[in-house]
Ligand binder design. Structure first.
Ligand SMILES: Nc1ncnc2c1ncn2[C@@H]1O[C@H](COP(=O)(O)OP(=O)(O)OP(=O)(O)O)[C@@H](O)[C@H]1O
Length: 800
């Protein structure tokens, strides 16, 4: 008979029968092991399962508590096991671990990983975290290529809520990136990996230690040796994350001379000097938000408070308006009561042959054996060595512009740094002593229950259920958070975890990995040719904060403009009219009047250009290109006030957007070659576009880099029918106007070739193909006509 493997602890020691009896007697951890039961490794009270992932510090294992009765569902946890011998040699590593632990024990937020406890034995430190079963966020994006806007919006709101909460607690993460985000089983975002976390104390003190991952780190961390404002650095990273969610790849990852970003100096030069570019499927509103976030100059970068109020996040306004202290008050409620003061530091102890454990009842009473006490720090390290064991002294951060939005960094009434202590608590035979952060018996299941349970908080982006809840309730909750009633969620089921990683995760996210699949929408889009140059390239220069300067298809309908992104993945997004057209509507004119005027102008122009007047339905949707060029205004207050003035904005579901977009395209019939609108002094030029809605991407740029307020570009569709495209003298004149009226486009971005003409040609080719295939009889005649048209455009494109 094959010998049954012995149950052993993760300390590597075999648990003897004597040990087991002693443990059972103490009723502490182990349960009787039946002969036919599989034996497991254990670590403290947890049975150790498969490897969930691997990081810098070692493996993260799935663990679960042993059920004391058949009815009890074991609680699952993730245990970050860190070999003590590895950190003994590496004081930096140890500092990171303590930072993480000491930060996490103060954080209770649905979108921040929850620290259950910390255990250690002679070989390992085990950071016991809630188990998050939805997998890694970057893989999620890779799987989906990119996220739908609504989904990105929900997750970004969660990210912002979590980051805002930690800032409220006086902590900055400093290493926010896709790889440090996980998803729970409800696809809620969970921020992890607090190894670079730091604390800010006083006003006017900035952080000096650069950290984070290059692709996500704010430029000021790298290009400047000056102290930086760490919260703004977190904001930058959030922007990079948002970009990655929406685009499916990182911004500024296309420097061909530095494809992997290994040359960091070059990478940052590239970041600060290359305008932010967008793929066409990112719609104007999130673009606008990204442009405000990804501003190299931190002083001009939007802050969290303003982000929360951005119109794009309007659907999650309710969730974002929950005050950070709400989470402390209410999520803590569902956890065991904090100990009486006298209990702090009191331990109930049990032991095995490998290690002994003690439990304190207070999450703040972390006692962990620190090798730091035994090591002399190198002078270099000593400077950044925590004054308190918690955080490095070299990294204090300022509270300035968001000062009013943040409270003093008090945690449970005391400074973060004061709440942590290291004690040496050796036991008997010189064995390593134990620690425990908190004896919290509630599961993260509960916590996420709370998250899921935020059903009672309508508008919360945390779960699908929350979104349907009546909005009045949210207000109640926001106003009176004491009325919370969290539902209890069942524990995570064993097996409901993602496939373990077999190797360390990448430190940055390379979209190329996901692009080699059949994602034509990504592959086909000349991303580098799109976007605008509204963002200044020099960090020293003021950056226009409040500009919508994308070329954007828009459809006016019922007092609102449907802004359409361009290209195969085009989606509609109803946007507040005032917001979309900005100065166009300055003169207190009712929107309907303005729309009427635009439509009349269009009709007039149609007639002028030889199109039948009656072919335009003034009531119907008219496609226009709205391009509001960057303004010189750089004042953040102005941004805020602008945002305040922004009316409603709602994100339509993608399905309905698609429908709308199709409908709109069906209605488009003409392409106006020029239209100069003098509405409120705004200059309007006309751009051509194809019937597929592929406006020349480069035209969205402001080639001169100069700021022109409210440069509205209006156009209508190219005729859809082949017969409409048959060249005639009028049409030629018309076509010449296209070119003549779009000098900016031809002049600058593509001096050698007309992208617009190319787009037209390719579209014509496509349409010819489909139409000709339907009309077999006239194939030849029409082909030759089509050829003429193509040749005409080809010649034109060569001439430009
Ligand atoms: N709470 C958790 N629930 C589920 N899986 C987790 C959890 N924590 C970590 N993991 C998995 O383990 C992997 C490594 O975790 P983590 O990044 O926290 O380790 P680390 O040693 O701090 O890594 P890093 O190199 O980023 O510092 C994660 O990518 C994830 O797959």
């Amino acid at each position: 008979m094959a010998s049954v493997p012995k149950r052993h602890t993760y300390g590597g020691n075999v648990v003897t029968d004597r040990d087991r009896h002693s443990l059972q007697r103490n009723n502490e951890i182990l349960h009787p092991i039946h002969k036919n039961q599989r034996k497991h490794a254990t670590f403290g009270p947890y049975i150790i399962g498969s490897t969930l992932g691997e990081g810098e510090f070692g493996k993260v294992k799935l663990g679960w508590t042993k059920a004391s009765s058949s009815n009890e569902v074991p609680k699952q946890v993730a245990i970050k096991l860190i070999r003590r011998d590895t950190i003994k040699k590496d004081a930096d590593k140890e500092i990171k671990i303590y930072r993480e632990i000491n930060a996490l024990k103060h954080l209770t937020h649905p979108n921040i990983i929850y620290l259950e406890e910390v255990l250690q034995n002679s070989k390992y430190i085990g950071i016991v975290l809630e188990f998050v079963s939805g997998g890694e966020f970057y893989k999620y994006i890779q799987r989906k290529r990119r996220l739908k806007e609504s989904s990105a919006c929900r997750l970004f709101a969660q990210l912002i809520s979590g980051v805002n909460y930690m800032h409220y607690k006086g902590l900055v993460h400093r290493d926010l990136k896709l790889e440090n985000l996980l998803l729970d089983k409800h696809e809620n975002l969970v921020i992890t990996d607090f190894g670079f976390v730091n604390e800010f104390f006083e006003d006017n003190e900035l952080m000096k230690t650069s950290c984070g991952s290059p692709c996500y780190a704010a430029p000021e961390l790298v290009v400047s040796t000056k102290a930086y404002e760490a919260r703004k650095a977190d904001v930058w990273s959030c922007g990079v994350i948002l970009y990655a969610m929406l685009a499916g790849y990182l911004p500024w990852d296309d420097d061909h001379e530095n494809p992997t970003g290994d040359d960091i100096a070059r990478l940052y030069k590239y970041i600060t000097q290359t305008p932010l570019k967008f793929p066409e499927y990112i719609t104007p509103i999130p673009r606008d938000l990204l442009r405000r976030i990804l501003v190299p100059n931190p002083r001009r970068r939007i802050n969290l408070k303003t982000i929360k109020r951005h119109v794009w996040l309007k659907p999650h306004e309710a969730f974002l308006s929950i005050q950070p202290n709400y989470w402390d008050e209410h999520l803590q409620k569902e956890r065991p009561k904090p100990p009486n003061k006298g209990d702090v530091g009191r331990h109930s102890t049990y032991s095995s042959s490998a290690s002994s454990y003690s439990k304190s009842r207070d999450r703040n009473s972390l006692i962990i054996e620190s090798t730091l006490e035994q090591h002399r720090m190198s002078p270099q390290l000593a400077t950044s060595r925590p004054a308190s064991p918690t955080f490095s002294t070299g990294s204090k951060v300022v509270l300035n512009d968001t000062k009013n939005d943040m409270k003093e960094s008090n945690i449970n009434g005391e400074r973060t740094s004061a709440s942590c202590r290291y004690t040496r608590d050796s036991k008997g035979n010189g064995q390593t002593q134990i620690e425990q952060v908190s004896a919290r018996h509630s599961s993260r299941g509960n916590k996420h229950t709370s998250v899921a349970g935020l059903v009672t908080i309508p508008g919360s982006p945390t779960t699908a259920r929350t979104r349907n809840a009546p909005s009045s309730k949210l207000t109640e909750h926001v106003k009176d958070s004491s009325q919370t009633s969290f539902t209890q969620e069942e524990f995570h089921r064993i097996g409901n975890y993602h496939v373990p990683r077999s190797r360390p995760r990448p430190t940055s996210y390379y979209p190329g990995l996901s692009r080699n699949t059949a994602d034509n929408s990504l592959a086909d889009i000349p991303v580098n040719k799109l976007g605008s140059n509204g963002r200044l390239t020099d960090a020293k220069d003021p950056v226009p904060l409040n500009a919508i300067h994308d070329t954007t298809k828009a459809t006016i309908s019922n007092n609102s403009i449907m802004l359409l992104s361009e290209g195969p993945a085009a989606k509609t997004s109803p946007v507040d009219y005032h917001y979309a057209i900005g100065d166009l509507n300055h003169g207190d004119k009712p929107i309907t009047e303005v729309i009427d005027k635009i439509n009349k102008d269009l009709t007039h122009k149609a007639a002028e250009n030889g199109f039948p007047r009656e072919s335009i339905d003034p009531e119907s949707t008219s496609t226009i290109l709205v391009t509001k060029e960057p303004t010189n205004s750089t004042d953040e207050d102005h941004v805020e006030s602008q945002l305040e003035n922004v009316g409603h904005s709602s994100n339509k579901s993608d399905a309905s957007s698609d429908k709308d977009s199709k409908k709109i395209y069906e209605k488009k019939r003409f392409s106006f070659m020029s239209l100069y609108s003098s509405l409120n002094g705004s200059r309007s030029t006309v751009e051509s576009r194809t019937s597929k809605g592929n406006a020349p991407p480069v035209s969205s740029r402001n080639p001169s880099g100069q700021s022109n307020r409210s440069n509205i570009k209006i156009t209508q569709q190219q005729p859809r029918n082949l017969s409409d495209r048959v060249p005639n003298p009028d049409k030629k004149i018309n076509d010449n106007r296209i070119r003549d009226n779009a000098p900016s486009y031809a002049e600058s971005e593509n001096p050698g070739r007309s992208v617009r003409a190319s787009v037209m040609v390719s579209t014509l080719r496509e349409e010819n193909r489909s139409e000709l295939s339907n009309e077999g009889n006239n194939v030849e005649a029409q082909t030759s006509t089509a050829r003429k048209v193509l040749n005409f455009f080809k010649r034109r494109s060569m001439r430009v």
